[in-house]
Structure formats: structure tokens, C-alpha cells
Design a protein around this ligand. Structure first.
Ligand code: AMP
Length: 120
């Protein structure tokens, strides 16, 4: 599987503003924040896209949510609320092919994200 920029962050070959780390996951600030708090939570094992999630690695994906909830409590926005998003492939807006949860918080977030009129 092709290495991504997130492998370099995991291996500390390039800097990142890391806010959480354990054996399975790493969380760091997004370089181009879309909310007052915008973190990326990634598994240390590369899984390219959601399409590559299986029963063999589902525990790693579940762990990303455990980390999200832990950070939300620690940083004090668990009760106000937040959003976690995982993009998949081109239509989903994925640009880095190492799955990651976007954790967005710090203000009320708009919904739905797709506002053009749907043609059915
Ligand atoms: P996605 O478009 O869902 O694949 O999200 C990739 C995210 O990675 C984007 O929000 C980028 O701003 C972010 N990103 C890319 N390179 C870095 C980096 N070196 N450090 C932190 N965030 C990054």
C-alpha cells in the first residue's frame, strides 16, 4: 500500500501538532482547520479507505471513536457536541488515503453539508 503523509506523521518524520497518542491511534490538529477545533484521528495501521474496513480491522475503526469521545471529554466540548466525519474516495472528498476521523468542534456546525438541489 502506498505510503501517505500520515505515515510520516506516525513515524515522526514530519512534524504535527499531536494531541493524543496510544498504541493503536494518533490524533493531531488538521493543518487547514474548518472549525475552531479540527483534529484528525488516525489508526497507526494504514487502512486506505472505508472500503478496506473488514471484521479483521474493525476494532481499529471502533477505537478511533473511543479516542474521539475521550478527547471531547478532556477538551470540554463533549456536552456541547461535535461532529466526526470520515470521507471516502473522490465523491466523499477524501484526499489522504489512510482513513481518518475528522473531529470538528467549537461552534454549531451546519447540516446538511450538501446544499445544492438534488435532481431526482
Ligand atoms: P480528507 O480530505 O478527508 O482526506 O482529509 C485530509 C485532511 O488532512 C485535510 O483536512 C487536510 O487539511 C489534512 N492534512 C493534510 N496534510 C496534513 C498535515 N501534514 N498535517 C495535518 N493535517 C494535514
Amino acid at each position: 500500500m502506498a505510503e501517505t503523509i500520515f505515515d510520516k506523521i506516525i513515524n515522526k518524520e514530519i512534524p504535527a501538532d499531536i494531541v493524543y497518542e496510544d498504541d493503536m491511534a494518533l490524533a493531531f490538529k488538521d493543518i487547514n482547520p474548518q472549525a475552531p477545533t479540527h483534529l484528525l484521528i488516525i489508526p497507526k495501521t494504514q487502512i486506505a479507505t472505508i472500503n478496506d474496513v473488514s471484521t479483521d480491522n474493525a476494532h481499529l475503526v471502533g477505537h478511533l471513536y473511543v479516542v474521539a469521545a475521550k478527547i471531547a471529554k478532556e477538551q470540554g466540548f463533549a456536552d456541547d457536541g461535535y461532529r466526526v466525519v470520515m470521507n471516502c474516495n473522490e465523491h466523499g472528498g477524501q484526499t489522504v488515503y489512510h482513513i481518518h476521523l475528522h473531529l470538528l468542534a467549537g461552534k454549531p456546525l451546519g447540516w446538511p453539508p450538501y446544499t445544492e438541489t438534488l435532481k431526482v
